[in-house]
Unconditional design. Structure first.
Length: 259
């Protein structure tokens, strides 16, 4: 999704040199859309309808460089709905989920042997399968989980009240915060069997946006692109993981909050 930064720009340019642009601030509380009661004001500081723009929320100046940075990172790991099946080709996906050439057991001509194939573990049961035999599990469910997926993605980028606690969110965050982000700083997520559960978390705070998160969401809403954001977050690497067919179909991912 290349449109998050575009969303911000499109809304900014609604402010002319003679007239500021005002729109309401929205947020997510427990992954539900809520108005905050504050107004976002865009003021065009230049003589023409081009930057610089000043943005204030309820009279307090917003940190726009930080907002642009978050928008860029979110866009870089989102996929269009038609593309998410290709996410296994993504280099970050391959690193996170231990995709590698492995010698797997096959029968050939009546004899047991091995074949070297591109493979990865199912993140739920740990069984190693060829990539072609793995399915893609949406961690926040496609049915009704769209805003939970938005909150989950925003959390990875520091846009919720409480930050990520799971191994994947922490890995992605450490990677993005490193001085010189490169894949060398990336680790892999261990499959669930034998992995300790994340402790000391507040479900509500993890699915409630902070001020920067509310600002970004409000720009997306003002640009009329909320559906694109939902789709992009649902199909973001943050929300996708490889799973075997049995785990993916039998388990189902329940909603964190009732609709
Ligand atoms: Zn499995």
């Amino acid at each position: 999704m290349n449109t998050l930064k575009d969303c911000i720009d499109r809304v900014l340019t609604k402010a002319t040199h003679s007239r500021p642009y005002l729109f309401p601030e929205n947020t997510l509380v427990d992954a539900k859309l809520r108005v905050t009661g504050k107004t976002i004001t865009v003021t065009n500081l230049g003589p023409l309808n081009i930057p610089p723009f000043d943005v204030a929320v309820g009279g307090v100046r917003a940190n726009m460089p930080q907002l642009y940075a978050a928008a860029g990172m979110i866009s870089s790991i989102g996929f269009a709905a038609t593309q998410y099946g290709n996410s296994a080709d993504h280099v970050i996906f391959r690193t996170l989920y231990n995709v590698a050439e492995r010698d797997l057991v096959y029968y050939q001509g009546g004899n047991q042997g091995t074949k070297r194939v591109l493979s990865a573990p199912c993140m739920i049961c740990g069984l190693v399968l060829p990539l072609a035999n793995l399915t893609i599990d949406h961690q926040r469910p496609q049915s009704g989980g769209e805003l939970e997926a938005v909150a989950k993605v925003f959390r990875t980028f520091g846009l919720t009240k409480e930050g990520p606690k799971g191994p994947k969110g922490l890995l992605i965050q450490a990677h993005l915060r490193s001085v010189n982000p490169s894949l060398a700083t990336f680790g892999s997520v261990a499959p669930q069997p034998g992995r300790a559960a994340a402790a000391g978390t507040s479900l509500s705070e993890r699915y409630t946006l902070n001020d920067q998160g509310a600002l970004l969401l409000s720009f997306v809403l003002a640009a009329g692109e909320i559906q694109k954001l939902k789709t992009s977050c649902m199909n973001s690497i943050v929300n996708l993981r490889p799973a075997c067919g049995v785990c993916n179909s039998s388990r189902g991912n329940p909603l964190k909050f009732s609709p």
